[in-house]
Design a protein around this ligand. Structure first.
Ligand code: FES
Length: 110
């Protein structure tokens, strides 16, 4: 069962631009936080194409696009929709508590 310790306070909702992801480190992980309206999704900052960082990605029409070779992923689920990979972004459970965004991370190594 998850415990309170598994949840990490990432950032404020207003820290996240709706047109580009917010990048943050939590629990030793590099994470990408994507906002669509008042919905937030948290992914590992690693494009499944070649494992590169998604820094520089843009969010448009509910999709996030990798800056390197243009892979497109659903901004909520991380499901791939276009580009040179057939793999999805790794999505982590997240929640909003007031204005704060929290993510639940599995312990390292799992
Ligand atoms: S590294 Fe993201 S599309 Fe190639």
């Amino acid at each position: 069962m998850p415990t309170e310790e598994d949840w990490h306070d990432l950032c404020a909702l207003n820290d996240i631009d709706e047109e580009e992801p917010h990048f943050v480190n939590a629990g030793g992980r590099e994470l990408m936080v994507v906002r669509v309206g008042d919905e937030v999704s948290v992914f590992t900052d690693s494009c499944p194409h070649i494992g590169a960082s998604m820094v520089g990605a843009v969010v448009e029409d509910g999709h996030v696009e990798c800056p390197l070779h243009g892979a497109c992923f659903d901004a909520r689920s991380g499901e791939v929709s276009d580009g040179p990979t057939d793999q999805n972004l790794q999505c982590h459970p997240s929640r909003l508590d007031g204005e704060r965004v929290y993510v639940r991370l599995e312990s390292a190594g799992s």
